[in-house]
Design a protein around this ligand. Structure first.
Ligand code: DAH
Length: 347
């Protein structure tokens, strides 16, 4: 058979094999057998060189055209096979509803903390911060609670040996000071006043620790918000007005508060704050205790170098978990820390 006569049948068989290839491996096999280095079309093209000068141009043109046609058929079949492969193997119900991706949300304690901070910002308070690993001085002594003070028993905590303060070169009679996990945010009152001259108007949200066994209302770690206001001529009236404003914002405008005399070593006089609202009545009580507060003790001012003859102030502290539990009707404090999405999704 002449060179020219071979081209058409070869093309026809190549096109048929390409078009009928059942899958990608079969198509690849067809490609190699025609267009590969030793493929039939390639071999025929190599024979072009043996043709005479007169035959060559027509033969070259014809075989190139055939090759182009074969390549087009290859590409077309490849596209068809790719499309087939991408179709689902199983029947699919396109009318099923899509899968929603749930948006994350803030932890209920974070939400309550942010609400508290927002209310205090409205009346000019700034957020301050202090260390959770404290020393005894800032957590107790500077707050007028020396080592032998009974108030320390109610705030037992986790003590950590602190090598720097247990230095063997220290005088034998000096009492070593320990690092501890702070039992309340009140330590930050001291840290702020040590660094800053009055007036002071801060709130301190933060984590605190106590040696408590976990039950429905106790946990070894929980959260508090501390407040401190220092200026000239500050009164209990300022304290009460401020607390009332914030609790109405947090718990609703019909909220009422009352002060009961109490004792804290860093305030004088000291009070416990009760509040009453539809929430407390839902819990079967008219009044619920919610916070401690009082006028800053002159000794505390002395300890930070403020002159108690000039400066007056008030402070308060309350637990964030307790507020969140009352607000959302949660009956077990441990739920806050279990990271159970079914619980957390509700807020
Ligand atoms: N630190 C107290 C506690 O943890 C709460 C408290 C009471 C804070 C009176 C104060 C205060 O600033 O004046 O129980």
């Amino acid at each position: 058979m002449s060179f020219l006569d071979q081209i058409e049948p070869l093309k026809q068989s190549a096109l048929a094999e390409m078009r009928n290839a059942a899958d990608s491996p079969a198509l690849e096999q067809a490609r190699v057998s025609y267009l590969g280095t030793n493929g039939k079309v390639t071999s025929l093209m190599k024979q072009l060189g043996t043709l005479s000068k007169e035959e060559k141009p027509a033969a070259g043109k014809l075989i190139n055209a055939a090759k182009t046609e074969i390549e087009a058929a290859l590409a077309e079949r490849k596209a068809e096979l790719d499309l087939l492969a991408s179709r689902p193997k199983e029947p699919v119900d396109f009318t099923l509803p899509g899968r929603r991706r749930r948006l994350g949300k803030l932890h209920p304690l974070t939400q309550v903390t942010e609400d508290i901070v927002r209310s205090f910002r409205k009346i000019g308070f700034a957020v301050a911060d202090g260390p959770e690993v404290e020393d005894e001085y800032h957590c107790f002594d500077a707050l007028n609670t020396p080592a032998d003070h009974p108030a320390r028993d109610t705030q037992d905590t986790f003590y950590v040996d602190n090598p720097s303060t247990l230095d063997p070169r220290a005088p034998a009679d000096s009492r070593p000071s320990f690092s501890l996990l702070r039992t309340h945010t009140s330590s930050v009152q001291i840290r702020v006043m040590e660094k800053q001259q009055p007036p002071v108007r801060i709130i301190v949200p933060g984590r605190v620790y106590r040696r408590d066994n976990a039950d429905a209302t106790h946990n070894p770690t929980f959260h508090q918000v501390e407040g401190l206001y220092v200026d000239r001529n500050v009164t209990v009236g300022d304290l009460k007005g401020t607390v009332e404003f914030v609790f109405k914002e947090l718990m609703g405008s019909e909220t009422r508060i009352r002060f009961r005399p109490h004792y804290f070593s860093y305030t004088e006089p000291s009070f416990e704050i009760d509040f009453s609202s539809s929430l407390t009545r839902k819990m079967g009580k008219e009044w619920l205790e919610i916070a401690g507060c009082g006028m800053v003790h002159p000794q505390v001012f002395e300890n930070v170098g403020y002159d108690p003859e000039i400066w007056t102030g008030w402070a308060f502290g309350f637990g964030i978990e307790r507020i969140a539990m009352i607000r959302y009707g949660i009956n077990d404090i441990r739920l806050f820390y279990e990271n159970d999405a079914r619980f957390l999704r509700q807020f």
